[in-house]
Write a protein that binds this ligand. Structure first.
Ligand SMILES: [Zn+2]
Length: 125
């Protein structure tokens, strides 16, 4: 699949960093029971690279050196994220890209409270 807003279109073969929906690297080999807050824990986002943890990029082997954060603000300055429980939600870029480290204290998300926060780690509650 390719996000319609990703300029790097699916070619039917290995695309390197052009992959559209990076997976949360913290969930590799995780069991569902390992996830403490399935409704808050992100599995995939709109962006590029194969893996992301919200703060770093991961690439398997080689690929196009597109660069930049793996989470992209292609959708109204934000991104769409799928969570472990299966629901999808739009997030403002600065609230999901931990590289900016601002989401934890953003009032829009309850100052980082469990009810309103997004998690990349499997053991966050
Ligand atoms: Zn998208």
């Amino acid at each position: 699949m390719t996000c319609p807003s990703n300029a790097s279109k699916w070619t039917g073969q290995y695309m390197g960093n052009g992959f559209s929906y990076p997976m949360n690297s913290y969930l590799e080999f995780a069991n569902l029971s390992d996830i403490k807050a399935p409704a808050q824990c992100v599995t995939n986002v709109c962006g590029w690279y194969y893996w992301s943890n919200g703060a770093n990029n991961y690439e398997s082997t080689g690929g196009n050196p597109l660069g930049g954060p793996s989470v992209k603000k292609w959708h109204n300055e934000g991104t769409n994220a799928v969570h472990v429980d299966g629901h999808a939600k739009w997030y403002r870029y600065q609230n999901i890209w931990r590289g900016n480290a601002t989401w934890q204290n953003d009032p829009e998300w309850g100052g980082g409270s469990a009810a309103n926060s997004i998690y990349w780690t499997r053991d966050a509650t």
